[in-house]
Design a protein around this ligand. Structure first.
Ligand SMILES: Nc1ncnc2c1ncn2[C@@H]1O[C@H](COP(=O)(O)OP(=O)(O)OP(=O)(O)O)[C@@H](O)[C@H]1O
Ligand SMILES: [Mg+2]
Ligand SMILES: [Zn+2]
Length: 237
């Protein structure tokens, strides 16, 4: 027969089967093996894996955090991290204000949370305010305003954005406007975000009156995880 179908992999012929369709019957060719079904499933799995790799790339995580995984991490708030990730809801969850003195694992915890969320399929960005502010200022003249809008718009596409070491950046009048825009936009569009901050940076921020409005918004949408233990950096050596 001309229109005989074969499995494209093992070449076994399909067999016509009669199906009842309302009051009549139709003949349908049916594969006698599951090669094609399996190949389709494999291709879907591969696509999912490629998608995962793309998401992990987009995460922007510095390589130093590659060895850390949420399930093996122990620090002051590692016990809060898994429930946070498991209960995470884009546009609904509270964000994180990870606060405490230098070197006790805030950034590492923030990084593994980001990694875990990305692994679970969320669109996540690990960044710093410095990086975002620089990005917003990239371009000259009238391009700059456009570029700033572009960066803000892109931020809204994420499910979770983590700003490491908030307060480390230096502020110019333009940067003050821009940082307000970043936080205000995330707040208004309910993009879940987090910051890691140490007290020294918090002090610097507290002395900039223009940042009070940001502080206000952060207090409303972020929950605080405070670290109090001394630095792990010395202990490692
Ligand atoms: N849970 C952990 N267990 C063991 N070592 C850790 C852990 N978390 C972080 N470290 C190590 O401790 C050091 C400090 O970690 P990290 O940079 O995360 O601290 P931090 O609180 O963000 O510091 P800073 O306030 O300076 O930004 C790093 O060398 C890191 O590899
Ligand atoms: Mg840090
Ligand atoms: Zn086959």
């Amino acid at each position: 027969m001309d229109n005989q179908l074969f499995c494209s992999i093992c070449h076994k012929p399909y067999v016509m089967q009669k199906y009842e369709y309302g009051t009549s019957f139709v003949n349908v060719p049916v594969a006698q093996c599951n090669c094609e079904e399996k190949a389709l499933k494999d291709a879907e799995e591969e696509e999912k894996e490629r998608e995962r790799v793309r998401r992990m790339d987009a995460l922007n995580l510095p390589p130093i955090f590659a060895p850390y995984r949420l399930k093996d991490l122990t620090c002051e708030h590692s016990g809060d991290a898994l429930p946070y990730v498991e209960g995470f809801k884009p546009r609904r969850s509270k964000g994180l204000f990870i606060y405490g003195p230098n070197g006790n694992g805030k950034t590492t915890l923030a990084a593994v949370i980001c990694k875990e969320l990305a692994y679970r399929g969320y669109r996540v960005l690990f960044t710093t305010m410095t990086e975002m502010l620089d990005k917003m200022e990239f371009g000259i003249g009238s391009n700059r305003a456009l570029q700033a809008q572009r960066v803000l718009k892109e931020l809204l596409t994420y499910d979770f954005v983590m700003f490491d070491d908030y307060g480390r950046e230096n502020y110019t009048p333009l940067r003050l406007q821009n940082v307000f825009q970043i936080v205000d936009r995330l707040y208004k569009y309910r993009v879940v975000f987090g910051v890691t901050v140490n007290p020294e940076c918090m002090d610097r921020l507290a002395h900039i009156p223009e940042l009070a409005a940001i502080d206000d918004r952060m207090r409303q949408v972020l929950m605080q995880w405070e670290f109090v233990k001394p630095s792990l950096r010395g202990a490692q050596k």
